[in-house]
Design a protein around this ligand. Structure first.
Ligand code: ATP
Ligand code: ATP
Ligand code: MG
Ligand code: MG
Lengths: 258, 258
């Protein structure tokens, strides 16, 4: 069966897109068939994989109208990895969706046929940094969440908001089984005390769900998107690539026992 | 007269809150009377200044109802610096506001009496990372914008979206005079080629509006919020403090000739 996983955290700049791209690419290189959905109007996951943004090419039409999501799927040059690109129009959805009937179930409905076709092992959704209707739609449409947390103070504060939103979606009955598949610590910089303090704190409070793998701060991870390549292509022997490879194996392990 | 400035960029984690707090603190230390409005449901500016978050203490009630904004103003322990705290309920505004009449002018209306009272030289609004109704309200309510841009690739891509939103607000007549007061480059790391490339690119394309001052990547800037202090208190002799001090002087200069 297809697993739908949202990569989400309303805190900005914590590594959601970097994790979506590189985790998806590593999962694909390990033989999983992956569809990446770029739900962010910034469409960073789209440009980070070197895919062209096309007006009308995103989930937007399927969210606010009746367009078929399967028509929007684009194969990337990377084996086993396809994407539904993002586009600027998605920011219209933040204003349009709240005015629609059943506005929280639009993505779940649009993804239904893609999911039932069982073509993909994993559908991964890169979420924008907000708690608006796009992110809420992703929470309702997903089986579980991967929550990236930067090793910095403000990111620590943001965890309670993610949990609050999960509880809201579970308790309202919109998606009663939603849970956090794992917390992944990102941009860990061994030279700073702050990184270690935040890591220790998250390990202590979320010991059951935090991934073993920590993603180090690595400049080449930040350079890769300007070449439109995932890290395993841009910097195959780098620290970032190795970390995302191990994270992918850990995620596959957790899916197997789920 | 009072100047209203929104610190905004829909890209997450580019230093909006760090700039809001430290620019406001430096402006206050240079004798300007400043009111900081925390418009982000994450309320990072509030905790970064060591101010307590109180349910009902934010602009939320004034946005969706008729509460008086002046009742929400809290003096900080720092001279010349007051704040309207953020709170989690603000994320309700992203869903509630689009359903209201005149939803883009709610903050402008609520701020009107505070502005007319002429108590503050500057009202600075820390915006959330999104293009939803909270940020749109800030664009309509402000005279100008300060746009922080991180010296990284994705941040570079985000500039066109900010410009698009400004054009939308100007052309619709909601705020015809809105303009960018300045672009401030943040987290500049002299050790990486990427930082220099992004800085050069922004200097080339936006030479008229970029601030001279560049904010360096400095770990003590990221540590300060966990102590609830602005950088000029936590690390008075540090690089981050010096940069924000110079930026404050540059901003005052630009306000004088505006
Ligand atoms: N491990 C890392 N090491 C170094 N740089 C990183 C790392 N992870 C992400 N970055 C860089 O940090 C910035 C923020 O990361 P990214 O854009 O992936 O975060 P995000 O959570 O998707 O942001 P947004 O909230 O805007 O969607 C980017 O410039 C990215 O290249
Ligand atoms: N110049 C700097 N040097 C080092 N760290 C910094 C600097 N500026 C900001 N940071 C850190 O980077 C992270 C992102 O900054 P900040 O939270 O201010 O960005 P933001 O744009 O307000 O994020 P959001 O989009 O979530 O509102 C924070 O952990 C902050 O402490
Ligand atoms: Mg992103
Ligand atoms: Mg912020």
């Amino acid at each position: 069966p297809t697993s739908v996983i949202a990569v989400a955290n309303q805190k900005g700049g914590v590594g959601k897109t970097t994790t979506s791209i590189n985790l998806a690419a590593s999962l694909a290189s390990q033989g999983k068939s992956v569809l990446l959905v770029d739900l962010d109007p910034q469409a960073n996951a789209t440009s980070g994989l070197g895919v062209e943004k096309r007006e009308g090419g995103s989930v937007y039409e399927a969210l606010v109208g009746d367009a078929l999501l399967s028509d929007q799927i684009v194969r990337t040059v990377y084996e086993n990895l396809s994407i539904i690109p993002g586009e600027v129009n998605l920011c219209g959805a933040e204003i349009d969706l709240p005015r629609m009937e059943d506005c929280l179930h639009r993505l779940q409905g649009a993804l239904h046929s893609v999911r039932m076709a069982n073509v993909y092992d994993i559908i991964m959704i890169d979420c924008p940094p907000s708690l608006g209707s796009l992110t809420l739609n992703a929470f309702v449409a997903s089986d579980s969440l991967v929550v990236p947390i930067q090793c910095e103070y403000y990111a620590l504060e943001g965890i309670s908001m993610v949990q609050r939103l999960i509880d809201q979606v579970r308790n309202s009955g919109d998606n009663p089984d939603l849970h956090i598949m794992g917390i992944v610590m990102t941009m860990y910089d061994g030279r700073t005390r702050l990184s270690q303090q935040v890591l220790d704190e998250v390990r202590e409070h979320f010991s059951k769900i935090i991934f073993e793998t920590t993603i180090p701060r690595a400049t080449r991870l930040a350079e890769a998107p300007s070449h439109g390549q995932p890290s395993l292509v841009y910097d195959p022997d780098g620290l970032g690539t190795a970390a995302y490879d191990v994270l992918a194996a850990e995620l596959i392990q957790r899916l197997a026992v789920a």
